[in-house]
Design a protein around this ligand. Structure first.
Ligand code: ADP
Length: 253
């Protein structure tokens, strides 16, 4: 009876192949976790010299009365600030990726309380840009998750909504329950995102062409990484008040 024997042979071969693919995947994910933590370490190391540079440039700026020199120093400061922001976003992105692959379990968190905290923090930025920030939230929205990751999710979305809003615009943030999901929405009155760009804006370092606002192109990649880490997703649609509406769906606890 040759057929069952050859089946068995093929089955064993297949099983051996599956084992070696599993082993390979484990090595790849170990290697990429190491790579991510290298990038996170490098980003962390870059923060100190950037901060030192900033202090020195600010000191020089305070000492000089020559307007041309002051202008040059302001240019250096603004580039330094951009670099510092990029480095800290890179750090958040790599750290949360690395933590996810290490498989640490989340904790039970109140998303409505976390959101209220973040709105209080972001209201200063909104005020400085002449943008009104509104929060409408139901109480008792619990999810199992990672606080740091959810903070960067909320901060990046609200920060974008404020950044791309016109002066005098309103940013509406909402939180509610829909059939086992916690839904966070952030809606602005800015220019929105063209439908053909909506899948690309989540790519790392992607920025829409002819962008006037400064940025790193990492904010939405961080937000999507955080949503996925919680078993959730992000949807971009046209807002009811003319701008962009971002909806984050996270499994509720
Ligand atoms: P950044 O804002 O730093 O450029 P993001 O990853 O946060 O990077 O966003 C990627 C791109 O998506 C932005 O460059 C911008 O073109 C677009 N975008 C994000 N949020 C908004 C928004 N609320 N309104 C309009 N465009 C947006």
């Amino acid at each position: 009876d040759l057929a069952p024997l050859s089946y068995r042979g093929q089955h064993q071969e297949l099983a051996a192949m599956v084992d070696s693919v599993d082993a390979l995947m484990a090595r790849v994910s170990e290697a990429s976790a190491r790579e991510r933590s290298f990038i996170a370490d490098a980003a962390h190391e870059l923060r100190t010299p950037l901060a030192a540079m900033r202090i020195n440039v600010e000191a020089l700026h305070g000492q000089t009365a020559d307007w041309r020199q002051r202008e040059l120093l302001e240019g250096i400061l603004s580039s330094g600030n951009r670099a510092a922001r990029l480095v800290s976003q890179l750090l958040v992105l790599m750290r949360s990726d690395a933590a996810a692959s290490l498989g640490d379990a989340g904790a039970l968190l109140s998303l409505d309380e976390l959101l209220q905290d973040r709105m209080a923090v972001m209201s200063g930025l909104a005020g400085a840009r002449g943008v009104e920030l509104e929060l409408q939230s139901v109480a008792g929205v619990a999810i199992v998750g990672w606080r740091e990751s959810l903070v960067s999710l909320a901060d990046n979305l609200v920060d974008n909504a404020i950044k791309y809003s016109p002066r005098g615009g309103v940013v509406r943030v909402g939180l509610w329950h829909v059939e086992g999901w916690a839904v966070l929405s952030v809606e602005d009155q800015g220019p929105g995102i063209a439908p053909e760009l909506r899948s690309r804006v989540f790519d790392r370092f992607f920025r829409a062409p002819k962008q006037e606002q400064g940025g790193s192109g990492l904010g939405l990649a961080i937000a999507l990484g955080a949503a996925r880490r919680h078993g959730g997703r992000i949807e971009l649609t046209d807002g009811e008040q003319g701008g962009l509406k971002v909806e984050v769906w996270l499994p509720a606890a």
